[in-house]
Design a protein. Structure first.
Length: 461
């Protein structure tokens, strides 16, 4: 079993203080960890930011916490193009039935493992959490409950979750991690359909925005960029692996399937011989295909990103503001969703200033140094945590954690330490131009641009 302790906050203290965001492949190579460089199929892990301490600042008390949590490790999905369960099961069949004819007489053929290989992807489990996904979420719930124990003084917690089965189940395991059997009495779940009906309350805004969803906005760009990038990085791998087959011409699609088999076998059985077909540079180019696609799909390269991320950010801002005026404000906010929701929210918060619709990620080469690595931000069980502190100077401060590491906010001043500590004074945070439109008007902008369904109840995040 993989060591879960790698996700513990306490280990953050020992995390490297070198930021991997500003180096090239040579520098990345040292940090290379197969399971942490698989884009959104990466194992849960802490990102390498600037290594700021995650401890609560000494002069401050925690007053509010907001969790936006991705579901855990899963089986292949049904609607995922080249990585769909159907495609991968087909590839498993082809390898086993010889329609992808491996030449076993070649000494040290790297595919020779296929002879005794037992495939693990099963069409029956399509879209479901894996057992590791259940453990990840249970463990995360326990860690969050332990860290924020003093905020957990309510009788009942309102848990909002996108209604897809694996997200609902993730929220349940997490709640068991927080409350054990008491979870039955301590939680009230709200399931938000993954269609247009929840409007701005949605936890999958790319679906609840009718103009965006019905016109397939961004989709063409995503597909074209993905294809263009695969045409850049795959041919040399195809040429390298092709000689190990007899009378067969390997395709880019075949090799793409091998990458996915590597990633999914890792999540389902913790190891995969397919991974040994690739070197670190191959894997990081595979990783980059996720970054190219997610940056365009409602991410920082999309003109729609502030529209899609806006409602969560405005709701978050309203909840943060509530501490100024209300004596019994809500302290704990829990929301469960998908990777495709978290990236737009983080973009609307100003996390990825180096990538814009005018300056998208290139599809001609992998630049290595750029902010929005899906591996770092939305691996399986990835999360965005917003902490609100009240400090000795009587001011409130905001801090974001990405997968339990402090995200180094730089746009709104310093915290009480008066040095770059990842904290921003609340009003400076809310009024910073990078997120002002979202914190003040995110919901109206969404409703207006999307022609979204009006909501009669507002869910708070
Ligand atoms: C092998 O499996 C593939 C994918 O399922 C299928 O299309 C093909 O017909 C099979 N070939 C043989 C020889 O069974
Ligand atoms: C839940 O609440 C009911 C009614 O108050 C109580 O009888 C039951 O023991 C509680 N269950 C748990 C697991 O706390
Ligand atoms: C398989 O590989 C062997 C050794 O390299 C080679 O002699 C043979 O021609 C190959 N067979 C086919 C069908 O390509
Ligand atoms: C593989 O591609 C080459 C070059 O296009 C072609 O000559 C050859 O017939 C193809 N082989 C098979 C088995 O399709
Ligand atoms: C809430 O508090 C803020 C900051 O102290 C203040 O500017 C605002 O007017 C208050 N709003 C209400 C509705 O009292
Ligand atoms: C905020 O909205 C205004 C008015 O629509 C617009 O001019 C401005 O560019 C927006 N700012 C950002 C950072 O998107
Ligand atoms: C908020 O956004 C709506 C819709 O785009 C726009 O009509 C309105 O002027 C904006 N309000 C402010 C205060 O910027
Ligand atoms: C909100 O509207 C929906 C349908 O439009 C309705 O089913 C629901 O009862 C309404 N909820 C409230 C609290 O009014």
């Amino acid at each position: 079993m993989r060591p879960l302790s790698s996700s513990l906050w306490v280990l953050a203290l020992f995390a490297s203080s070198v930021s991997a965001r500003f180096s090239d492949f040579e520098a990345f190579k040292d940090k290379f960890n197969l399971q942490e460089n698989l884009g959104t199929l990466s194992i849960y892990h802490q990102p390498y930011f600037t290594g700021l301490s995650t401890a609560f600042p000494e002069s401050c008390e925690i007053r509010q916490v907001h969790i936006l949590q991705r579901h855990g490790s899963r089986n292949p999905a049904s609607d995922d193009g080249l990585s769909s369960a159907i495609k991968l099961v087909e590839m498993q069949d082809k390898l086993l039935n010889g329609s992808l004819p491996i030449n076993y007489t070649i000494p040290n053929n790297p595919f020779r493992f296929v002879r005794s290989w037992v495939p693990v992807i099963n069409i029956r489990n399509t879209d479901q959490l894996s057992s590791m996904g259940r453990v990840e979420l249970f463990e995360m719930g326990r860690e969050v409950f332990t860290r924020y124990r003093e905020l957990f003084d309510a009788d009942v917690y309102y848990i909002n979750t996108a209604a897809q089965q694996r997200v609902k189940e993730s929220a349940e395991w997490y709640s068991y991690g927080m409350f054990g059997e008491e979870m039955a009495n301590k939680t009230k779940f709200t399931y938000l359909a993954e269609d247009e009906s929840p409007g701005s309350n949605s936890l999958s805004n790319y679906n609840s925005c009718p103009v965006y969803a019905e016109n397939n906005i961004d989709l063409k760009e995503v597909n074209e960029a993905g294809l263009a990038w695969r045409n850049v990085f795959l041919p040399s791998i195809v040429n390298r692996l092709n000689p190990y087959f007899s009378n067969y011409n390997l395709t880019n699609e075949d090799v793409t399937s091998f990458f996915y088999l590597c990633a999914y076998e890792l999540t389902l059985k913790d190891e995969s011989d397919f991974c040994s077909l690739f070197n670190p540079s191959d894997i990081m180019n595979f990783e980059y295909s996720y970054d190219v696609e997610y940056s365009l799909y409602g991410g920082p390269s999309s003109k729609w990103v502030n529209v899609l991320g806006g409602p969560y950010v405005q709701s978050l801002a309203n909840s943060l503001r509530s501490v100024y005026n209300e004596s019994d404000y809500q302290k704990v906010f829990l929301a469960f969703t998908h990777d495709g929701q978290i990236i737009p929210v983080e973009t609307a918060l100003g996390f990825f200033p180096d990538i814009t619709p005018e300056h998208p990620l290139p599809v001609t080469h992998n630049p290595y140094s750029y902010s929005m690595k899906t591996s770092s931000f939305v691996p399986f069980a990835g999360n965005l945590i917003t902490e609100l502190f009240h400090c000795q100077d009587q001011k409130y401060y905001v801090r974001h954690l990405v997968n339990q590491q402090v995200f180094p906010l730089t746009d709104c001043g310093y915290g009480p330490s008066n040095s770059p500590d990842g904290m921003c004074e609340l009003s400076a945070y809310l009024n910073s131009p990078v997120r002002y439109n979202s914190t003040h008007n995110g919901t109206d902008i969404f409703n207006d641009a999307c022609k979204a369904k009006p909501v009669n109840v507002t869910i708070n995040y």
